[in-house]
Design a protein around this ligand. Structure first.
Ligand code: FRU
Length: 480
């Protein structure tokens, strides 16, 4: 049975989406059908298609009571909208259906676990949001919430847990047919997020197993949106901590997405972690979630926005985007990420230039212009001091990518991208190698700039809202 709340949302999104022309949307990144989008949810391969759900408030271009939006794709780049999958329509989730994940059950149905949020009066007279986990089962279009919801509550957490911060379940199926799930929570005294591990025989009955990892105040406070998977012989844990403090160029203030590579002992279910690193050094990357493709690739997508930087122009009927889906690998205990190879099927009008010499000068290259492209730039370091690439340029606006060869720093700066709010505009990352050249791959899709340096060893994602008429690309060099 589809609730009235969900029916209303579906009717509304269908009607309003007609006002948004394809021209104002990105070409190969997912944006919300209408209204607000944040985290990717339920990223899965089901019934021969990729399904990507997302935190969704159709009625406004601001966060509101969360629904799950829904899109499907054959190749992770061309997305088609399906009707919103779930809505905040129950006494236990009317504040929102927060983030969660999806698995396929043995009977061929798809199962969601999501965070159900309701309000509850507190002994001190206040009212707080209570977070629990709930289930819904569906066929890839319509989903029915489980009558036993919520299925994980404060009673299913270890001692000294906060009922206000318990969210973002990520499930997976084990080789023996049982299921596991990681969920983040905070301690009752607010001293920091931890990863709780749950186990289930059937996907419906879940039991607390262990505290897999505790933050202990080291990486921000509460953690959000965990993901946990084996890759290239290592066990990777990704999590998005809130309220972090900047550390060098590795971590920035506020919400970060970080990863650990480590070892997981399946018998004792313990995780031994290595050092933490940033997943993406840009200004707009949060809450990544991964899926395993049928050909064994681990693919990650994230929300291409930041809680700390709102810059959507007021006249837009939609806000929020997903990053390009990225293929992941672990090399030397570091995450390497590159756009999914399917992007090559979309190339038209290829151009290439070799042995272009710029010596303390700027140049445009014939045919190299526009707002949607996949461009690789390889620069000889020998007599170079630095070089810059200006994107989305016109007489007034540009976003600058700058590489300082001596400091081995790569910086993105959107100060002059046409912003009228004082949001964070610049961020840098260390990009070093032992080679004679340095290589950057830049994928732009109207509003988004995703840079993959050193063959994916570092990534940096940035959102700009420069008018789409600004199409210029200018290359400059300091030195040769
Ligand atoms: C992360 C997050 C999640 C939560 C969701 C709510 O961006 O705060 O922890 O489930 O967004 O929309």
């Amino acid at each position: 049975m589809i609730s009235q709340t969900l029916r209303d949302a579906r009717r509304y999104e269908d009607a309003m989406a007609q006002n948004i022309t394809p021209l104002e949307r990105p070409e190969f990144h997912l944006s919300p059908k209408v209204g607000w989008m944040n985290d990717p949810n339920g990223f899965s391969y089901y019934k021969d298609k990729f399904h990507l759900f997302y935190q969704y408030y159709p009625y406004d271009s601001q966060w509101g009571p969360m629904h799950w939006g829904h899109a499907v794709s054959d190749d992770l780049l061309h997305w088609e909208y399906l009707p919103a999958a779930i809505a905040p329509d129950m006494p236990y989730d009317y504040v929102g259906c927060f983030s969660g994940s999806a698995i396929t059950l043995p009977d061929g149905k798809q199962l969601f676990m999501y965070t159900s949020v309701r309000k509850e009066a507190q002994p001190d007279g206040g009212v707080r949001d209570i977070q629990t986990q709930s289930l819904a089962v569906g066929d890839g279009m319509d989903y029915e919430k489980d009558v036993r919801n919520p299925i994980l509550t404060a009673e299913d957490m270890p001692e000294n847990s906060s009922p206000f911060d318990f969210r973002d379940p990520k499930m997976w199926k084990c080789e023996d047919g049982t299921y596991r799930c990681v969920i983040v929570n905070d301690r009752a005294d607010g001293t920091g997020g931890r990863i709780l591990l749950y186990r289930s025989e059937d996907g419906f009955n879940w039991e607390f197993e262990s505290v897999m990892l505790s933050n202990d105040g080291r990486f921000g406070k509460m953690w959000e949106c965990p993901d946990f998977f084996a890759l290239d012989g290592r066990q990777v844990l990704i999590v998005s901590p809130q309220f972090m403090r900047a550390e060098g160029l590795e971590f920035h203030n506020g919400n970060n997405s970080i990863y650990f590579t480590g070892d997981y002992d399946k018998e004792t279910m313990t995780y031994t972690r290595g050092d933490a690193r940033q997943v993406d050094y840009g200004m707009d990357f949060y809450a990544p979630q991964t899926v395993e493709t049928t050909d064994g690739r681990r693919v990650m997508v994230a929300w291409l926005q930041s809680w700390d930087n709102f810059m959507t122009p007021e006249d837009m009927d939609w806000t929020g985007l997903m990053t390009l889906p990225r293929e992941l690998h672990v090399e030397d205990d570091s995450l390497v990420q590159l756009p999914v190879r399917e992007i090559e099927n979309y190339y038209t009008g290829e151009r290439s230039y070799e042995n272009v010499t710029l010596e303390n000068q700027s140049a445009e290259l014939d045919g190299i212009t526009g707002r949607s492209f996949d461009m690789t730039v390889e620069v000889k370091k020998e007599d170079l001091e630095g070089f810059s690439i200006l994107l989305a340029c016109d007489d007034e606006n540009y976003t600058e990518l700058y590489y300082n060869r001596y400091q081995e720093l790569f910086t993105v700066d959107r100060t002059y991208s046409g912003l009228v709010r004082d949001v964070i505009c610049s961020r840098s990352m260390k990009v070093a190698n032992e080679k004679e050249t340095i290589k950057f791959r830049i994928v732009m899709d109207k509003y988004t700039i995703e840079v993959f340096a050193n063959d994916g060893k570092q990534a940096m994602t940035t959102l700009i809202y420069t008018d789409l008429k600004s199409q210029g690309i200018v290359f400059s060099s300091d030195g040769k």
